[in-house]
Design a protein around this ligand. Structure first.
Ligand SMILES: [Zn+2]
Length: 302
């Protein structure tokens, strides 16, 4: 399976910061060590051009991240300290998602060892999300005429407010978010389909809700490309999650989504999104599950 990754995905932040910036290289190393990816299947993205960022973001904001001209208030809202590296990282990760979408359309399945930054809004970033990579990639793929109908499956525990604000009423993009009802963001613009979950939701009811949602989507929409935001923050051990998934439940979730897309032969893009497990190592292991399951199951479908 081809995946996007760059050593530039790391941007310098204090090692005590809650955001596990080391997870990107950690995941690359782990997937290589487990032979889930090879050096040859890791495709390095270039910097996403501003004109593509501006499919979604205002020129003032998209360039402000690059030049460091955001206000202190904007940086606080983003939750990550500004650096030149953050500007580089953000543009690389968006291009990584665009490239992964193209690779999925060619190969059936692909991934970006980053991305899924679903809280980013057109004119500001928030919740550790600088640019809305999935919205940009969806619009870019449509602009290129590579796919028309696009589905976004967002299983990060936090609602995809940025994606919903940008694409929630787009006629050819279906946005689905399954998230903690009482969790951030506290204002949740409507996705095409939102499934809010109660605090403490466990494996069985989580998986049942997902299964029901996927069959509802099947009856309403025929996607030509799927972006899957496989956030691992529904885990019970997560710092921010408030839900109670076990690692086994997470594994079943990843299998359910991969099977659902695979059985219909819809190209599938795997993205990280959030995850704040107790250690970076735990975070990496949890993120690796979707890639491991994909390599095992994809051969059957794609
Ligand atoms: Zn999250």
């Amino acid at each position: 399976m081809r995946v996007s990754y760059s050593s530039g995905y790391y941007a310098p932040i204090p090692e005590t910061h809650i955001f596990p910036m080391r997870k990107f290289e950690g995941l690359r190393d782990y997937l290589l060590s487990q032979k889930i990816v090879t050096e040859e299947s890791i495709i390095e993205p270039s910097l996403c051009p501003f004109e593509d960022l501006e499919l979604v973001h205002t020129p003032r904001y998209s360039r402000g991240v690059w030049t460091g001209s955001l206000s202190q208030k904007e940086i606080r809202r983003l939750g990550l300290p500004w650096s030149r590296g953050l500007g580089i990282r953000s543009r690389l990760a968006v291009q990584g998602t665009i490239n992964a979408a193209k690779m999925a359309l060619e190969d059936g399945i692909s991934g970006n060892l980053a991305g899924g930054t679903h809280h980013a809004m057109p004119s500001h970033g928030e919740g550790f999300c600088v640019y809305n990579d999935v919205s940009i990639a969806a619009l870019k793929i449509r602009q290129l005429g590579l796919a028309n109908k696009i589905l976004i499956i967002d299983c990060d525990v936090h609602q995809g407010n940025g994606t919903a604000a940008i694409l929630g009423d787009h006629p050819d993009v279906y946005t689905f978010s399954m998230h903690g009802e009482r969790n951030y963001p506290f204002i949740k613009p409507p996705s095409t389909l939102d499934i809010p979950l109660a605090d403490g939701t466990k494996d069985q009811s989580y998986l049942r809700e997902l299964e029901l949602a996927l069959s509802k989507i099947t009856s309403e929409f025929t996607p030509e490309l799927v972006f899957y935001l496989a956030g691992i923050d529904p885990l019970e051990t997560d710092h921010f999650g408030r839900l109670a998934l076990t690692l086994n439940g997470l594994k079943s979730r990843e299998e359910m989504v991969i099977r659902w897309a695979g059985e219909q032969n819809i190209p599938l893009v795997l993205l990280l999104s959030g995850g704040y497990a107790p250690t970076v190592k735990d975070t990496v292991l949890a993120h690796s599950i979707v890639f491991e399951r994909a390599t095992v199951l994809a051969a059957r479908f794609y």
